[in-house]
Design a binder for this molecule. Structure first.
Ligand code: AMP
Ligand code: MG
Length: 295
């Protein structure tokens, strides 16, 4: 038992990147050319798949402790929360990142939402209405599998709204996220970046394996035919909404193991940055000890 722990900790130390991973994966300001950004590099990680799987497991203890501190902070009146925004093309692995990276955390402190095409009720409201309703409460880690960014991505590719309406949304998103950040929510925005070839492989896998049929949607092929259009609207959204307060990170996602490690690491760094401590007791510890002993 003890030796396993020590081994894990060693892996964590040797794999700690020199620069913060969030700095390395942060999208630089300015025009975005997704084709120029790697989908397969293992930025900030030295090692192969087996090392990556071990390094992910090694993040568990610290991630869990920091998440618990955040949860405790929320329970004692604190206002902080964390929001992970996951975007990416079909098959990019948004669900996989949740299952493997986010799942290291305690479900009690997680609020997960997978946004689908809006319902009639949602469409009757401003596009941020349904997003606001799913924001993490104080102490919680919110996870968005797709998000308000769909309202400038799929809607733009498919012209679901007038161009002028969509055009106003970038600034609305920036105002919304700035507001979130200044009222206690750390927003971690991650685009999982896969290559067109990797998407093809993953779609084929869904057809090769009966246990993957359920993930296959015939419409995914129609979206795939619009790959370049999607890349273009992603580039626009990433550029316009890449602010200092809520920057974008682009995670090369062709390697699932790297994607999982990178997402966990970005969460960990964000939690570290929050600098949370255990809340102090709002009771007299000695008096309470006496009461317990006397009971
Ligand atoms: P999936 O994530 O594979 O379950 O698919 C969810 C679907 O919902 C995708 O086809 C998205 O394009 C679609 N979707 C999510 N948000 C929106 C939105 N705001 N407007 C239109 N379609 C959306
Ligand atoms: Mg899908």
């Amino acid at each position: 038992m003890g030796s396993k722990k020590t081994k894990r900790r060693k892996a964590a130390v040797t794999q700690a990147p020199r620069l913060r991973l969030s700095d390395r994966l942060r999208l630089p300001e300015g025009p975005v050319d997704l084709a120029a950004l790697s989908t397969s590099e293992t930025v900030g990680f030295d090692g192969d798949k087996a090392d990556g799987v071990a390094a992910l497991a090694a993040l568990d203890d610290e991630l869990s402790e920091l998440q618990e501190k955040l949860f405790a902070h929320g329970r004692s009146g604190g206002q902080r929360s964390l929001l992970l925004v996951l975007q990416g093309m079909d098959t990019a692995g948004k669900g996989g990142a949740v299952r493997h990276a986010v799942a290291l955390m305690d479900p009690q402190g997680l609020a997960h939402t997978a946004f689908k095409a809006p319902t009639r009720e949602e469409l009757a409201h401003d596009f941020l209405w349904r997003i606001r309703r799913r924001l993490p409460r104080p102490g919680m880690v919110g996870v968005f599998d797709r998000s308000h960014y769909e309202d400038v991505l799929v809607t733009r590719v498919k012209s679901l709204f007038p161009a002028a309406t969509i055009g106003r949304r970038y600034a609305a998103i920036n105002r919304f996220e700035e507001r979130l950040a200044t009222t206690g929510t750390t927003v971690v925005k991650v685009m999982l970046h896969i290559s067109k070839e990797e998407q093809r492989n993953r779609l084929l896998t869904r057809l090769d394996r009966p246990d993957k049929y359920w993930k296959y949607r015939r419409g995914d092929i129609d979206d795939r035919a619009l790959w370049e259009d999607y890349q273009r609207v992603y580039e626009i959204a990433l550029e316009r909404c890449n602010t200092d307060i809520t920057p974008w990170h682009v995670v090369p996602a062709d390697h699932k193991w790297y994607r999982n490690w990178a997402v966990a690491m970005l969460l960990l760094e964000a939690l570290r940055e929050m600098g949370l401590d255990w809340p102090s007791a709002d009771f007299d510890v000695e008096i309470e000890r006496g009461r317990v002993l006397a009971s």
